[in-house]
Ligand binder design. Structure first.
Ligand code: ZN
Length: 342
């Protein structure tokens, strides 16, 4: 019980990519880059195992960005035709590539790193992919003329990838959908339907990660505008509870999400964010334990997986290590208490 996991990404070593930034440029090139990605994947697994994390990820060591890593191998996207677009309902501007034709997965995208990770850990393995709604919010449409149609086409590409990842032996496939906290009506109208299309026939547990974004300035400013209570989850959790997705990964520690909203996820595993990725202050195990105890008032213990609030890609590597150790130790405190109490 209380098996720990991570939201997905981990910091990369400085010999692989420039540290402490999103979308960091690679340091080596060509063959040396491929070897460095492989080595970094092994270190990411070891770092999680040493910290005591139960369900580990490849740390997204082989991709530069959580959306664009997948898009690199999709036909129908012109990566040279960049458009400046407001994304996440204009929270920030980004230079995004343009969809110019029918979308089709050219070849397996993440199979190599998933197989490497699978071969080098005995723990359960989790692998992340971008969700269809978040992808359509991160590209310009020069072909479909319809967000939903384009999302369903991306969902088909994701489905082909997810089926292969499950065959490689990945235990949990998670779709990252930060856009779910922005377009709450769309989630109910077609976002969950697109996820269902992405998980169709996939032989693994499935998860969706819905956060309030990395700890970058645009997100911190946005959170300031959300008021005393963040109730975005309230609008979408009932629909997610009805969905065929097994697990929901959410932000909890240091957020203004009322913890009782977790009740709305009845029947789902809750990946409970108990580590703040927007702060370099390392949580004490006791702080992590307090978050878990609070959630236990609303969610059955068999359903809780203590987790990070979001990916750790832009963090300092040593800080991330210490935070993961605190996560595992915090879960151990609560486990011990519950056993003691009988
Ligand atoms: Zn996130």
């Amino acid at each position: 019980m209380l098996e720990t996991t991570v939201a997905g990404s981990l910091p990369k070593p400085a010999w692989l990519a420039r540290p402490k930034m999103l979308w960091a440029p690679w340091v080596p090139e060509g063959e040396a880059l491929a070897a460095a990605k492989r080595d970094a994947t092994l270190l990411a697994l070891k770092m999680q195992e040493d910290a005591g994390i139960d369900i580990v990820s490849d740390g997204e060591q082989s991709r530069q960005h959580f959306v664009h890593g997948f898009l690199a191998e999709i036909d129908g996207i012109d990566h040279a035709r960049k458009v400046t677009m407001g994304i996440r309902n204009n929270r920030y501007e980004a230079q995004v590539p343009t969809v110019t034709g029918a979308l089709k997965r050219r070849r397996p995208v993440h199979g190599v790193e998933a197989a490497i990770a699978r071969a080098h850990t005995r723990r359960r393995l989790k692998f992340t992919l971008p969700g269809p709604m978040t992808i359509v919010d991160t590209v310009a449409d020069g072909h479909y003329g319809d967000r939903v149609k384009m999302a369903m086409a991306f969902a088909d590409c994701l489905n082909a990838e997810a089926r292969e990842l499950a065959q490689i032996g990945v235990d949990v496939i998670q779709f990252d959908e930060p856009a779910f906290n922005v377009y709450m009506k769309d989630v109910k109208d077609w976002g969950i339907e697109a996820l269902h299309r992405a998980i169709d026939g996939v032989g693994a547990k499935t998860a969706v990660h819905i956060c309030y974004g990395y700890g970058i300035k645009a997100n911190i400013d946005w959170k300031e505008t959300l008021g005393q209570e963040w109730r975005q989850y309230e609008e979408i959790f009932p629909a997610l509870a009805q969905s065929r997705i097994d697990q929901v990964s959410l932000e909890c520690i240091h957020s203004k999400v009322p913890v009782e909203l977790l009740r709305l996820l009845e029947g789902k595993d809750v990946l409970l964010g108990a580590i703040d990725v927007a702060s370099d202050t390392i949580e004490s195990p006791e702080e992590v334990a307090a978050v878990i105890r609070n959630a236990l008032k609303h969610v059955d213990i068999s359903r809780i997986h203590p987790c990070t609030n979001c990916g750790m890609a832009p963090m300092d590597r040593r800080i991330a290590e210490d935070k993961l150790a605190a996560l595992a130790q915090g879960a151990a405190i609560v486990r011990h208490e519950l056993r003691y109490r009988g």
